[in-house]
Each structure stands twice: as C-alpha cells, then as structure tokens.
Design a protein around this ligand. Sequence first.
Ligand code: NAP
Length: 351
Amino acid sequence: MDEITLSLNLADTESAEEPKERIIDRELIIIGGGPAGLTAAIYGGRAQLKPLVLLGQAFGGQAATSNEMENYPGFADGINGMALAESIAKQAIKFGAELVYEVVTEIDETVYPYIVRTYGATYRTKAIILCTGAAPRKLGVPGESQFIGRGVSFCATCDGYFYRDRPIVVVGGGDSAIDEGLYLTRFASKVTVVHRRDTLRANALLQQRAFANPKMEFVWDSEVEEVLGDDTVTGIRVRNNKTDETQVIPADGIFVYIGFRPNVALIDGKLELTPDGYILTDKRQRTTLPGIYAAGDVQDPNFRQTVIAAGTGAAAAMEAERFIAEQQYQAEEKAAQAATTQNTVSPEHLQ
Ligand code: NAP
C-alpha cells in the first residue's frame, strides 16, 4: 500500500461549532512518550511547531524497560533503555517540545482543528501523531491475572532481579521470549522456555545463544493450562498438544512473552486498522484521516524495534510539518481572496 485516500473534507469541518470549554491551541500534539513520540518531538521542535507531548502515565514506553539495547545505532557498547529515552527527551525539550504527564481520554476527529481531551485539559490542534505503542498479550488462562505482581510478569528488566537463584518459566518462542529468557538466566537458577511448537520463531543468533546456555531448558509442543500458586506463583500446568499429556513445571516466576497488542482504544472506530488491529498507515505514516499520523509499535506488527519506532516518529513529524504548512498556506490564500473581493468596486457602486 503506497497511498491512503484522505477521506475528511477539511473545508466542511472548519465551520463546525466551537466547543464551549476552555481550549488550548497547539500546532502539533504527539500522544505517547516512547522512542517514536520523543523522536517526533525532536523533529516537530526543530520545525518550530513547539509540539506538546502527552506522555500518559509513564515515560519512555517499552524501550525504557529494556536493560540493555545492543542494536540501537551509535552505541557500540549498548545503552540502557531508560537512559536512551531520557536522552531523546532532553534533545526534544532543547528544540522547544513540551512534555507533560497527561492521559488522553478522547480525540474528537469530527471537527477541524482536531480536539484532544485529557483528564486535565482540552487542546485544539492542527495535527496529531499517535505513538501509543503496544502492550503485552496475555495467555488468558486461569491464575494469570490473579498472580500478576505475585509471580506473573511481562517485563524481565523490571522483575528479573527478584528471582535470584530461583526457577523461572518463560512462555513463548519469539525474539522477545528468547531475548528476555537469556537476560533472566543472569538471575534465575533455571529458565524453562515453554513453547507451543517444536521450533522457535526467534532469530538464529538468539537461538544459538539460548541452546548454548546451560541454564536454559525447553518444553516443546506445550500450552499453558493454568498458573498455579498459593500466595505467590508455585508453577504452571502445561498440556502437550501432541500427546495430550499434562505436567506441572515448578517455578517461582512466569514471564509471558507471546507477542504484543497495539494500544488503539483512543481511535477505535475513528481510523482504519489493519486486519490484525494495528493503525493502518501508508509509507508516509499517514492514517486514514488528514493531519493524523501514527508511528512506532501502534502501527508496526512486524519489527518492534526502537530504531524503527524512532525513524517512523521522525517521518510522521516531517509529514505533520508539511501538512500544517499547507493548511496555513490555504488559510492565507482564502483570507487574501476574501480581502480582494471586499475591495473590488462593483458596477452597482458606480451608478
Ligand atoms: P512474536 O514474534 O509474535 O512471537 C510471539 C511468540 O509467542 C511466538 O513464538 C508464538 O508462537 C507465541 N505465542 C503467541 N500466542 C501464544 C499463545 N496464546 N500461547 C502460547 N504461545 C503463543 O512476538 P515477539 O517475540 O514479542 O516479537 C515481536 C517483534 O519484535 C518481532 O518482529 C521481533 O523480531 C521483534 N523483537 C526483536 C528483538 C530482537 O531482535 N532482539 C527483541 C524483541 C522483539 P508461534 O511461534 O507458534 O506463533
């Protein structure tokens, strides 16, 4: 897909009735404070748009939970995810971006300029960049929700340290499961990877490292049936999907890495999504509404890489800048035409 047809007639909505609440005007609003949003803020700031970044409750996005990133360009010795996010934020602030911890409750796309509401304020903006990221998928088995924070985790960097010399289970067979599983071997006495097939999806290098690590074990063709525990997790029950046999794997921690779900609740029904639920964008980060862009994991089912999130954030901000300039140009043209019409002497005036 190269281009998306812009479906909103801006001229029709410009005359829409003004909402009554106090409204703060901003040229560009960026929703989300991960690498995509923060990079968009650098580019928006350098374009003199004074972007407002609505961070939500947390700063840095998923990247900030990564203990060490080895593949972000420019950091040959790796960099801590939070340190990287802070550095990008500093750069954005230097160029005039404003970062606030506000949670967006609503985007009103039926008027233009668009309205963005948070718990504390109402903003009117010419362009929006959605960088709301993705959240970990859950297994949906008994015990999983009950033991979140008491043995079930979705973040090895956040919780791995609590499992020093204790057995851990990682569920999943993709890059995340194996990457985070390897990280967990630093702390755990043993990391058992439970995967529903007999081959991993993770890339070859990760597989090589995992198979060579004496602390890693694999339970193949197995699906989790239940997370077991009393006050805290004691293990999981899995069923082999070839033999139908069940077994209990004792573990103090269960780390679930079975993919991610894009955070699209804010725009549900307002923008077109891909069949797997991500925001549909074209190669220029445009969504199906003019002036609304998406960047990072919320529109990327394939890569989930910080460098790609940052790149799409930059592209979205460059597009937003062009769009805002075009709106400005059209408004000035309209004003000039109106002034010419007013000053023109009509034949009736001469009689
Ligand atoms: P992913 O590649 O979609 O892998 C998800 C894994 O979970 C798959 O092995 C899948 O099994 C399994 N799974 C899905 N639903 C399940 C269920 N209900 N029960 C049990 N298992 C289930 O997700 P990801 O590992 O989070 O990676 C997402 C993207 O980020 C990928 O593009 C990846 O390359 C990238 N990433 C890269 C790195 C890195 O390069 N270091 C690190 C993290 C993420 P099947 O294999 O049977 O489908």
